[in-house]
Every structure is written in structure tokens, then in C-alpha cells.
Design a protein around this ligand. Sequence first.
Ligand SMILES: CC(C)(COP(=O)(O)OP(=O)(O)OC[C@H]1O[C@@H](n2cnc3c(N)ncnc32)[C@H](O)[C@@H]1OP(=O)(O)O)[C@@H](O)C(=O)NCCC(=O)NCCS
Length: 229
Amino acid sequence: MAIEVVDLTEADIPGVIQVIQQAFSDDPYFKWVFDEPSFNAQRNYDSLAARCRWGINNAIFQVAKETTSPNNSPTPILGVSCWLAPHPSNQPESWYSWTQSWLLSFRQLITNIRHRGHGGLRTNRYWIWKTRQQEAQASIWDDPRGYYFCNIVAVSPEAQGKGVGRMLFEAVTKRADREGVKCYLESSKNVPNVMIYERMGFEMKMEMECRDGEDACMLYCMVREPKTE
Ligand SMILES: CC(C)(COP(=O)(O)OP(=O)(O)OC[C@H]1O[C@@H](n2cnc3c(N)ncnc32)[C@H](O)[C@@H]1OP(=O)(O)O)[C@@H](O)C(=O)NCCC(=O)NCCS
């Protein structure tokens, strides 16, 4: 089976969301940040669709799929990744990027109004995570050129362990190596993900605890130095 990694298109969005929802169904961070009994899968779908549309123009949003299908029907999405390109610390955010972020926030607001709420998202926990994330990045990110930041990576459960994740990573890490730029990710699972990311050249830098009373969730902050071969 020949697999290619290509840029996300509008037509891929339903398949991408299916992969993300399946791959993250047992994810410790998602279990912590969402209240399961009130989880609204349609609201989550709409929210992810808004992020995908934002990502087409503002991120490195890629999908892995088979190069051809037997009867020319659309090929299923096997995996997806979303990376933010490095942003040098001495450069202010561009107007384009600022406007696009506000457009995304506005779309998320419309989603929340349509679904009459956050669909089970515990917003206080979301903000705890955002605060811890800012603190972690402030202490780990020491390269003024910025980092390729892996925001989402997911492979469909049937396709896991077959090299699809490596293909998605290498589509960006090879570029980072050519440019001499570091990469960064926050893994929401220790076993087996930390080991998988180590195989991709990442090193553990910090364990990040997000705590809400008795309930805590750990995230694992990892950095990859550029390789020169
Ligand atoms: C994490 C994930 C993206 C990895 O993708 P994948 O396609 O399964 O990984 P690959 O098959 O490309 O394997 C990559 C490397 O990790 C190794 N690996 C894969 N699964 C492993 C496991 N369970 N234990 C140890 N090593 C493993 C492989 O041997 C390979 O190394 P190699 O190329 O040097 O031989 C995928 O498993 C996934 O989507 N998991 C569920 C969702 C998730 O956890 N997303 C990330 C949240 S932070």
C-alpha cells in the first residue's frame, strides 16, 4: 500500500475529524478536559471543523492517505498532523495571523451558541491547561528563531504501528532539519507515546501537571534538535 502525505483540503475534513475523534477517544487529556456524560460529539465535530479550516491557511495541516483507490473513490484518511510554523520571538504577530485567530474565535463562539454551550468541555480545565502550557513554553523555549510546534498528531486505530505516524512527522522534521530549527510537542500520553516520539528524535524536557482539585492530568513536553545527518 503506497501512502502519501499531502496538505489538508476541505474534502478531507470529515475523514480527518473521524480519525481525531477515534484516536483520542481514550486520551488522558481529553478525558480530563471533557465531562463524558455531557460530551456533545457534534459540537466537537463543528469545533474541529473550524480549526481545520483555520489550519488550511494558517498551519502545516497534513493528511496521510493511500495514493490511489481501486475504483477512484476518495481514499480514507489514515492519519493527520497539524503543526504551527516557527515564529521568531523578535517578530510581532502579523495582522493576517491576528485576524485569522479572531475569525477562528468568532467561529467557535457561533459553534457554542448553536450547541447552547461547550458540549461537555470543562472550560476552567481548558484554561488551566493553557496557563501551564504558556509556563512550560516560557521555560523550555530558548531558541529565538522559534519552534515547529506539533499541535495535533493522530493515526486511525487500524493504521497505527505501520509507519504512518513516522511519515507525518518526517514531512515536517526533514524541513526543520534543513532549516536548522527545533521542534516541540506536548504528549498527553506517557506510554507508549513518549517512546514513539523518542524514535522520531524528540527528548523529554519537562513533565507538565495540569491540576483541578483532586483531578490531575500529566503532559510530557519534548523537544527535537535539528539533525545534520
Ligand atoms: C502516536 C501515533 C501518532 C504514532 O503513529 P503510528 O503510526 O502509530 O507510529 P509509527 O508506526 O509510525 O511508529 C513510529 C515509531 O514508533 C515505534 N512505535 C510504534 N508504536 C509503538 C509502541 N506501541 N511502543 C513502542 N514503540 C512504538 C515504531 O517502531 C516506530 O519506530 P521506527 O520507525 O524507528 O521503527 C499514533 O499511534 C496515534 O495516533 N495514537 C493515538 C492518538 C495519540 O496518542 N495522539 C498523540 C497525542 S500526544
